[in-house]
Design a binder for this molecule. Structure first.
Ligand SMILES: N[C@@H](CCC(=O)N[C@@H](CS)C(=O)NCC(=O)O)C(=O)O
Length: 253
């Protein structure tokens, strides 16, 4: 059975990494049985130093994009078979916008905002013994600040970052419209990716201005709630799929 290496639940979300959540949902949507190995220590054995990665019959595959490509190649399964070439192109570009734009807004809101940082730090590092639980978040936060500066988003003001987020969230809201999924009645890779990111902002237990902005898009909130209910709360689906959920013991991400 495929093993998915993840962080585990934080802030009431199945996984705090949008990339892990996207992959997890993707496997669920395909109805492929997998075992979820939730532990921040997974980072130590991650082939590219990041989560998610999967293990399948001895092969390690890192990065959500390459995992999805591997599943298609190895199992002949994809969620995008019903899409036109144009829709696939749109999906690819919107996914990149989530990866490169919403991702950094999310990182900023979790790691730099003083209003929610204590909750984030406690959730990621609170299980560590003293003095590590004070030292590690301090050092990690410094690293994230530097990454945000280098990426460029960290150069913007708080209001500008919210504007960047609003531009993308508003576009997603318009794209989804009244449809069940982004391309109609059937889920595609874009739905898994959008859920992976949007859930971090809408359904999570953190409350900062970015969360408030995201929750103002009630259409996107309803999208996340529908998928959460169908794929994460429905016991018949869990049993059928055979996904194994060990107790989350993650301490950081
Ligand atoms: N391009 C990768 C991105 C994965 C990624 O950035 N993962 C983050 C969590 S959201 C991570 O593992 N960060 C840990 C670190 O950089 O130390 C994918 O699509 O899987």
């Amino acid at each position: 059975m495929i093993k998915l290496y993840s962080f585990g639940e934080h802030f009431g979300v199945h996984d705090p990494s949008p990339f892990v959540l996207k992959t997890d949902l993707y496997l669920r949507m395909l109805n492929l049985p997998f075992e979820s190995i939730a532990d921040a220590d997974n980072l130590r054995m991650a082939p590219k130093g990041k989560l998610p990665f999967i293990e399948d019959e001895g092969a390690l595959i890192a990065d959500s994009t390459f995992i999805i490509a591997y599943i298609k190649e190895k199992y002949g399964q994809s969620l995008d078979d019903h899409l036109s070439a144009e829709q696939r192109g749109i999906s690819q570009l919107v996914t990149k916008s989530l990866d490169e734009d919403v991702y950094w807004c999310l990182v900023y809101s979790r790691w730099m905002r003083e209003d929610t940082w204590p909750s984030v730090s406690d959730s990621f590092f609170g299980n560590m013994p003293f003095p590590l639980k004070q030292l590690v978040p301090f050092v990690a936060r410094k690293g994230v600040r530097s990454a945000l500066e280098k990426q460029g988003l960290g150069k913007h003001s708080h209001e500008e970052i919210l504007t960047i987020a609003k531009n993308t969230l508003g576009s997603l809201d318009a794209m989804l419209g009244q449809k069940r999924y982004f391309f109609g009645d059937k889920p595609s890779i874009l739905d898994a990716a959008a859920f992976g990111f949007l859930t971090q902002l809408t359904l999570c237990q953190l409350n900062n201005p970015l969360n408030e902005v995201a929750r103002s898009y009630t259409n996107l909130v309803a999208f996340c709630e529908r998928i959460h209910e169908e794929y994460y709360l429905d016991p018949s689906r869990q049993a059928e799929q055979g996904a194994v959920e060990p107790a989350a013991n993650a301490v950081s991400s």
